[in-house]
Design a protein around this ligand. Structure first.
Ligand SMILES: [Zn+2]
Length: 279
């Protein structure tokens, strides 16, 4: 097998995002002998502190949070057998509207071109065939996710190297199923408003099934994905997947889904492999 020379690069905003949305593909493609590169843009300093201390609360020490999350990120990469971890080291911007958005060094406050140039250097070094990041809304509107999207698209433009680029997404039908399971488990779960014509407060998350181009079977890698998520133990409260428990998680999380937004291979859609057309 060993598909010699093929490389996958995933560009994420925070430590833990690599596990949430791409843990399955990172584990699967590593197992297939593909080189996997994770680029994490921020230090995660706005995450929960040791003992669950929330950002902005007394005792929340961003430097301690950063050190802890770096160690967790490395453990997650070990679980997923990521070949190369690269961190850009920008300060976590926090949620939209937080004063941390405007701090010097905050990722959201960094010119797109400047950060994109740093990412472009990594793209030139690793020459990924496939790059994965978020959609223009950063999947759910977090400024660092939006910024990761922007710098990735700019760096792809600058280098013209990746044959294929994908945005992570979730089928809306999966949200419904997931909500049902969470309620069964007694977990508080806000249902997206499905009423036709309802005034949605923001863009709806995920996509209708027929707009998803790429469905990757990651069912054999659910345990690795769960272990990667569990490596981010300090953020447990924010990682609702962990509430499922390992066995239930492995049963439920059998695939990861994407929208293909750049392709030079001509591989037919829908496809079941990020590397379709490349091997
Ligand atoms: Zn994130």
């Amino acid at each position: 097998m060993a598909e010699r020379g093929l490389t996958l690069m995933a560009v994420h905003a925070h430590p833990d995002d690599e596990a949430t949305s791409t843990g399955g593909v990172l584990a699967r493609y590593a197992a297939e002998g593909i080189t996997t590169v994770l680029v994490t843009c921020t230090d995660g300093g706005c995450g929960d502190g040791p003992g669950g201390v929330k950002p902005g609360d007394p005792g929340h020490d961003p430097a301690a949070v950063v050190a802890m999350r770096q160690a967790e990120l490395e453990a997650s990469c070990a679980a997923l057998k990521v070949s190369h971890l690269e961190t850009l080291g920008y300060a976590d911007s926090g949620m939209m509207g937080w004063s941390t958005n405007e701090l010097p060094g905050a990722f959201w406050n960094t010119p797109v071109t400047e950060a994109a140039q740093r990412l472009a250097e990594l793209i030139r070094r690793y020459r990924p065939d496939v790059v994965v990041t978020y959609d223009e809304n950063g999947f759910y509107g977090h400024p660092d996710h939006i910024q990761a999207h922007r710098i990735t698209m700019a760096a792809v433009e600058m280098t013209d190297i990746p044959a294929k680029v994908y945005w992570t997404t979730v089928p809306r039908t999966a949200f419904a199923e997931f909500g049902r399971v969470m309620r069964e488990l007694g977990v508080e779960w806000a249902e997206p408003d499905e009423t036709p014509g309802a005034d949605a407060p923001g863009p709806q998350l995920g996509l209708p099934d027929d707009e998803i181009t790429t469905w990757v079977d990651t069912s054999s890698y659910g345990a690795q994905k769960f272990d990667a998520l569990a490596a981010h133990a300090s953020q447990t409260e924010n990682i609702f997947f962990l509430r499922l428990g390992r066995d239930r998680f492995v049963d439920l999380m059998g695939r990861e889904t994407f929208v293909r937004v750049r392709d030079t291979t001509g591989a037919a859609l829908p496809e079941d492999d990020l590397f379709a057309g490349l091997r």
